[in-house]
Design a binder for this molecule. Structure first.
Ligand SMILES: [Zn+2]
Length: 240
């Protein structure tokens, strides 16, 4: 019997967040044969689709369709499977049924790590709610008494990806992930997100900046990196 591939889970508030903030991690691990699963709690149809709304004949359904198609193509470029909860955005509201749907995904996917938003973001109330839901679902999936006939999950580390303006979000980089080898793939995924073209260069600069810091902190030759903040302590048997 072949061993089941390892998995990673990304919980994104809106359709494009996972592309800018964690697309490198997704492409890197997908390239290693991991099963990478992205959950988009909404399409970002109201709050992160300004370019589409400039068309005066635009409708909510049409924006959702365009954003959903873009995100699905970006996930394909990165090598991930994606699903959409359609919880709405601005405001995002996650009900009990959607929370339990995410718990079921944790138990099905059994991720080795989880990537999601920063705990604070004064520019965006959907992002902190998404990380709350991602972490609450993880803890329910760990509970032996929740659907006791299923196997509870272990303790996958949670990494908070980089918010748009880090200082205001109380977020600090604690992990630099070298994404140099998959940078071209990440950039291709950016270019699929046509509704937010203004962010392509911004997040290219972020990746270069974090790459320079990753090199400075390691002595390694790293050009592009993604930064993450940890929620839980790293458990290790060695320090170097
Ligand atoms: Zn967002």
């Amino acid at each position: 019997m072949s061993e089941r591939a390892k998995s990673g889970l990304v919980v994104s508030a809106h359709a494009a967040d996972f592309v800018w903030r964690a697309g490198g991690a997704v492409a890197l691990y997908a390239g290693r044969g991991w099963n990478m699963r992205v959950v988009c709690l909404s399409c970002g149809e109201r709050g992160e689709s300004a370019k589409l709304w400039r068309d005066r004949g635009m409708t909510l359904e049409r924006v959702k369709q365009v954003r959903r198609e873009e995100a699905a193509r970006a996930a394909e470029v990165l090598g991930a499977q994606i699903e959409f909860f359609d919880c709405g955005d601005y405001p995002l509201r996650v009900g009990e049924a959607d929370l339990m749907r995410l718990v079921d995904i944790y138990r099905e996917v059994r991720p080795e790590f989880v990537l999601t938003h920063s705990a604070q973001d004064p520019y965006n109330f959907d992002h902190p709610l998404a990380t709350h839901v991602a972490q609450e679902a993880r803890i329910i999936a760990q509970a032996h008494g929740h659907n006791p006939r299923q196997e509870p999950i272990g303790a996958p580390p949670v990494f908070l990806f980089e918010p748009h303006q880090t200082e205001q979000c109380g977020w600090i980089p604690q992990v630099f992930l070298d994404i140099t080898e998959v940078w071209d793939t990440k950039r291709k995924a950016f270019e699929v997100m046509a509704a937010q073209e203004h962010l392509w260069e911004y997040y290219t600069r972020v990746a270069l900046q974090r790459g320079a810091q990753a090199a400075r902190n390691s002595g390694l030759k790293i050009q592009y990196a993604e930064a993450y903040q940890r929620v839980f302590p790293q458990v290790a048997r060695e320090l170097a």
